[in-house]
Design a protein around this ligand. Sequence first.
Ligand SMILES: [Zn+2]
Length: 254
Amino acid sequence: MTTVHHINCGTLQAPGGPVAVCHCLLLEDPAGLALVDAGIGLVDCRDPVGRIDQRIIDIGGFRFDEADTAARRIEALGLRPADVRDIVLTHADPDHAGGLADFPHARVHLAAEELAAVEAGDFRYQPPQFAHGSRWVPHGPGTRDWFGLPARPVPLGFTSEVLLVPLFGHTRGHCGVAVRQGDRWVLHVGDAYYLRAELSTDDHPVSALAAARAADDPARRASLEQVRRLHRDHADRIDLLGYHDSGELPGWPG
Ligand SMILES: [Zn+2]
């Protein structure tokens, strides 16, 4: 079975907001390593304003610390960054995609709709983060029914199945990523919620921020309802986590 490591690959603190982490997954398999999201990267730390618009750095409250990057986290686990052959992206926002350049030879799997939004030049994405020549692998509409959602298998050749699960709305092609763990699944919901508290209320202070950042807010709300349904009806089979809630990151702070 593929081992799932939980690693923090970046820290943000928007003015007046709580500290937000960048909760990535490192998948360790005999076939190699894969990342679920890439976090803030080494190259971002060395040249923040060359990579990310200053306004976005200020609004998001980006912090740049090399220890909080996927490359350094992988080394700290005694593994080799060069063994990362695949990266599965929930979406391509700068706090999720900055680390791509640290793994230039890795294939980058994402929803075809997300790649189309990147290539259309949507202002939310940061072109310098892709300038090294990302090896995109877009995945189109899927037919694999996964707890009632049309999932898209990501063929990594790993011992555990990995799926892109469309949860559109935060961005045009935003997806969750499901990783099989025996009879259970880990579902990384990306930014389908910012805080786990959103599973039980629409009235959290962060809800307005989530609505404001959404490319398609009605779609985002529908996706959040799907995540709530999975949590309500399938908690015995699915372990949920989001990208930014520090309370979901094992061992945080550390
Ligand atoms: Zn994010």
